[in-house]
Design a protein around this ligand. Structure first.
Ligand SMILES: [Zn+2]
Length: 61
C-alpha cells in the first residue's frame, strides 16, 4: 500500500521542467543542399545524409 502522502504531496514530487527548449536547437543546415533539417525527423536526417539529393518539399505550415 502506498504511504500516507496526499495528492498535493505527490504533485510536489513531479519533475519541474526548465524553460521551454529553443526550437532552433533541433535544426541544422544541410551542408549539401542548405535546407534546414529537423533532427527529430530521422527520415529527413537520413535523406540529407545522402551525397546527392534534392530539397525536400516543405509540408509543415
Ligand atoms: Zn540536404
Amino acid at each position: 500500500m502506498i504511504d500516507e502522502k496526499t495528492r498535493e504531496d505527490l504533485n510536489k514530487c513531479l519533475p519541474v521542467y526548465s524553460a521551454p527548449e529553443d526550437e532552433a536547437e533541433h535544426f541544422y543546415a544541410c551542408p549539401t543542399c542548405g535546407q534546414l533539417v529537423d533532427m527529430r525527423r530521422l527520415g529527413d536526417v537520413v535523406y540529407h545524409a545522402e551525397e546527392e539529393h534534392e530539397l525536400l518539399p516543405v509540408n509543415d505550415p
